[in-house]
Write a protein that binds this ligand. Structure first.
Ligand SMILES: [Zn+2]
Length: 187
């Protein structure tokens, strides 16, 4: 199991490293929302010039909120931002999607085959959760076609949420190959 490699590494890490003690309020009073993509690990912070303790980082599949959860603005992302704003002093938010995202142009045939191979019946799930059809399954997953459109939509869900105060919310896209940021919507 991969977890054994991680545990072995961690034993050496704590022996060799002494981490400075820092507070839990983000120094830059900022939260960034991005994708879970593994290519963003380390590269994301380096490209943005972020150090430990600088910002809150929230990652979701596709840096998005699934369609079913957008309506009332009370989803898990909003809950996390509310915690960051009211309890940890966040005063600015940036939603940062990325090029070549796995959630963009997700293929329903591949999704269904993968679920079946892992013993989950997609049709049963669609009926049970009232998703309608395989497109509904993709919507539940948060799949999208255009990263720029998706970033704008997520920015708007955050701006409109009755749970959050009026603070700047920006939308950007990061190039997964070069690390270059593009501003889509400046809050
Ligand atoms: Zn992604």
């Amino acid at each position: 199991m991969r977890i054994d490699e991680i545990l072995a590494f961690n034993e050496r890490f704590v022996e060799q490293t002494h981490l400075p003690t820092i507070g839990h309020t983000p120094r830059r009073q900022m939260a960034v929302v991005t994708c879970m993509d593994c290519r963003l690990v380390q590269m994301f912070e380096q490209a943005l010039g972020l150090e430990r303790g600088d910002v809150l980082e929230l990652r979701t599949a596709g840096a998005t909120i699934s369609e079913e959860e957008r309506e009332d603005g009370a989803n898990d992302l909003i809950r996390s931002l509310a915690g960051g704003i009211y309890l940890l002093g966040v005063r600015e938010v940036a939603v940062i999607g990325h090029t070549h995202c796995g959630l963009a142009h997700a293929n329903s045939t591949a999704l269904i085959a993968s679920m079946q191979a892992l013993g989950v019946d997609p049709q049963k799930l669609i009926a049970q959760e009232e998703l309608g059809d395989t497109q509904g399954l993709l919507r539940w997953l948060g799949a999208f076609n255009d990263v720029h459109v998706n970033v704008r939509e997520v920015v708007n869900v955050i701006r409109r949420s009755p749970y959050l105060p009026k603070i700047p919310v920006h939308g950007l896209v990061i190039d997964i190959i070069t690390g270059k940021l593009e501003t889509v919507d400046r809050g």
